[in-house]
Ligand binder design. Sequence first.
Ligand SMILES: C[S@@+](CC[C@H](N)C(=O)[O-])C[C@H]1O[C@@H](n2cnc3c(N)ncnc32)[C@H](O)[C@@H]1O
Length: 631
Amino acid sequence: MGHVDSASTDFALHIWEWLPPVKLEPQRLPGTITVPRTDPIYNCHGYLTKVPIGAIQPFIETFTKPGEVVVDFFAGSGMTGLAALTLNRRARLSDISVLGKHIATGYLMDAPARDLRVAADRVIAAARDALGALYMTTRGADGATVEMIRTIWSFTYLCPSCGDEMVYHEALNSQGSVPQRCPSCGGPFARRSWPRGEDIPVEVVVQGKNGRQVGQEVCETDRRTMRAALKDERMREVPSLPIEEDREMFSRSGLGRSGMTETGKFFSPRNGIALVELWRAINDVEDEAIRQELRFAFTAILPRASMRYQWSAKRPLNAQNQTYYIAPVYFEWNVFDLYSRKVNAVIRANEALYDDGDLFSTEKLRDVSYEIASAEKLTHLDDSSVDYVFTDPPFGSNIFYSDMNLFQEAWLGETTDHASEAVVHTTGKRKNGSRERYEELLRSAFSEAFRVLKPGRHMSVVFGNSSGRIWGLVQRALRNAGFKASPVHVAILDKGQRSVKGLNSGSEGIVTVDLILTLEKPAKDEGTGTAVTLANGDTDALIRSAVGEMPAVEARNPSHVYARILRKAVQKGLVLDELHLGDVLIALRNAGYSVDRKTGLLCDDIDHSRPGEDHRRPPSVVQARTAALGL
Ligand SMILES: C[S@@+](CC[C@H](N)C(=O)[O-])C[C@H]1O[C@@H](n2cnc3c(N)ncnc32)[C@H](O)[C@@H]1O
């Protein structure tokens, strides 16, 4: 087994070996776990749908004792492994994701902060030298030659009526918000159907003489460096992978229409070359731990180093990590600036992870391994060898990890084998039978969990979906694998996102709150219990009682309402097939609620105290309205 880091595991005696057997007290676990997404570990490197370690730690503490083995077979960026490590548990991680393993490996490397900073400064200096003048511009205020900090680019559109070019950024400014009309002829603007022209730079930000950042117009120096970068042979060295038509994200991100069918195309020539030079310098670093950390920081900046980094008038909007979306106004951000800041973020994350000074700090257990393996075959794990499983499978058709991984994996030189990816395809050839394959894969994965777990021990599964059918499918997969029908604990995991889509459409919705179901592998002489099918009227009763019991503050979030209802149903052992978010939303809408577009929260009727204005009033206590639901 390829251990990522197994230092100090060969102590003859460990404190934890003397601890009494694990004392299970799931009732002491909180019912709702709210995790702000602001911790330095979480934010250090993006990966889709990461579970913050703060959400995992209480489970590991409840279901294991120090020194025991925790498994996650949909491990992604390895947060379960990190949570285990902070609590002196061993971790056996696996996933099909090459990017996931790369990220987890980076997190697990604990290079000394000073050495890392020195090495980072050295690779940045080398890459800067090699880049030459490509980032250089002329400062408007005094004519000094300075490095650009960022350049803002805009889409242009060609008006089908008058043929004039509309610079989106200019139109945005002159029309105060998203342009509605052609500035030349006044014809209605339609983003999807108007042909695109060339993207153009509209503003360059540099450091002013007083040290403050200032925006200035694009000058001749900028145009010269941009032309030079276009002709630079090093552009060909930018690693690039095709995002083929049969990839779900091809159609979901509209790549055919935009022509952005390769990952390399998402980098401006200047940023592409700067990245090539930086990557070269990083890979020349001899010390393995430092090199790994530097590579980790490098892949962490790639979305922002690309055109996916969205501009907004107030502040940068980040890159959408679940799609290949490029906003009509985007950044070309200085790669060295991004990288230098990221290395600081890595140092902060290392400090948070490794400098804890806790009881066991003198005897820190670092035994975390990461295999590239499909969850349906955990050949690296023996029967009944594992003390606890915490895992977070893909949620149906929500996110296509392997498609998004291509962006970073192009640089890593190895890609995720997506043939066995547990996702429900909604487009293309792979759509047929996709739901059945997904169910079968989850069933096999849970059967493997069942096989490797010791009898009487537990598995916690994080899951979120707006479709009762997908929930039902997960429940079936768990039951068929042999787990007890009723979980020992169900928690709501609130990662602090908001939901806007949903209530207005009334049929489809985005869930921003997940559940964590904890199930027990029965001891040898125990049965699994039976699941109960939802009867007529059960859904209505569930909705009514869940909404009625909610604290007012949670009742304003449609996702919370849905999660509460699901939790109630799961606790009763009910099958969830017919419990869709859409139904809950329709019921709420029929009772007079709508979603505030800004906050994503529920509002009730108009506030009539301000005549003539449509001020939606948040429901003070939703309970008062449940009587009116008429369910
Ligand atoms: C929800 S993410 C897990 C994220 C993880 N909790 C973290 O903190 O980063 C689901 C993961 O399942 C992985 N996956 C999909 N199909 C798989 C399979 N057949 N076997 C193993 N992993 C799979 C994806 O690559 C993805 O990393």
